[in-house]
Design a binder for this molecule. Structure first.
Ligand code: COA
Length: 257
């Protein structure tokens, strides 16, 4: 498929997805969300891809939010449909993804942009990044999981402050409160992301798939995370990854996954 709003590359087992609407600061319109879903689904099936990185085109923005032009005329019913579809296509889809997803936050990540970064499993920020949840300035609240994932990541008090004020914070502050896993100069962002990717790629993909599911289960009110962990733990024993990892250790070799 030819994408209008994305660029995709696969390099050394990493699938890079660049959101490519720089003139609109990579704002998420419905076309971009549908394309993101398509690209994520392709990469999920692709054996050459073990990890995904999502970033924004240009040096100004990761994603400056949901496309306000599209939001401006919606009714409540249409707003509900938009949120449901967006969550299903992208935000919940990433959360349930069976490969690690890293966001490379190369500038503004506002509203839906920060929600996209928060749906990813890890976040690396350029030192120029500015992030916030300005929805209430538009007379809205977040619709792509922001009221849930922000408190999970930074705690309820800090999340409330960011949500109620709508103010932006810089990369250093985001790192201090646990929103960013790492911060680096903008020109080193890809290198920093690849370092993190390499640290992840040296470990067993099958175990990581179970790990993602187990951690996620603990945040699902309908699931017992401890039960999910036992199930995931048990499932690992039958895998080639487990046979390879344990036998490499016992033979005093490094495993190769
Ligand atoms: N939706 C739609 N278009 C957006 C957008 C969004 N969320 N964010 C930026 N754009 C567009 C602007 O309308 C402008 O388009 P134009 O040139 O056709 O007028 C273009 O992107 C550049 O943005 P601009 O505002 O001129 O850049 P800036 O450097 O002055 O300001 C921001 C940057 C990020 C501070 C500002 O664009 C902004 O506040 N964006 C909205 C953020 C927001 O509220 N997001 C939450 C949405 S739920």
């Amino acid at each position: 498929m030819k994408y209008k709003t994305l660029k995709l590359i696969i390099q050394k087992r990493v699938g890079w997805i660049t959101i490519n609407r720089p003139k609109k600061l990579n704002a998420l319109n419905q076309e971009t969300l549908a394309e993101l879903h398509h690209a994520l689904a392709i990469f999920e099936e692709e054996d050459n891809v073990r990890l995904i990185v999502i970033r924004g085109a240009g040096n100004t923005a990761f994603v400056a939010g949901a496309d306000i032009r599209e939001l401006a005329t919606l009714s409540s019913e249409e707003g509900a449909a938009l949120a449901q579809r967006g969550n299903q296509q992208v935000f919940d889809y990433i959360e349930h993804y069976n490969k690690p997803v890293i966001s490379a936050v190369n500038g503004y990540a506002l509203g839906g942009g920060l929600e996209l970064a928060m749906a990813c499993h890890l976040r690396v920020f350029a030192d120029t990044a500015k992030v916030g949840m300005p929805e209430t300035s538009l007379g809205l609240i977040p619709g792509y999981g922001g009221t849930q994932r922000l408190p999970q990541l930074v705690g309820r008090g800090r999340a409330m402050e960011l949500l109620l004020t709508g103010d932006m914070i810089d990369a250093q502050r985001a790192y201090e409160i646990g929103l960013a896993n790492a911060v680096c100069p903008l020109k080193e962002l890809d290198t920093k992301v690849l370092e993190l990717a390499a640290a992840i790629l040296k470990n067993a993909p099958n175990a990581q798939m179970q790990l993602l599911a187990s951690v996620r289960a603990g945040f699902d009110p309908h699931t017992d995370g401890y039960v999910a962990e036992t199930e995931g733990f048990a499932a690992c024993f039958e895998t080639d990854n487990f046979k390879h990892g344990t036998s490499a250790f016992l033979k005093k070799r490094k495993p190769k996954f």
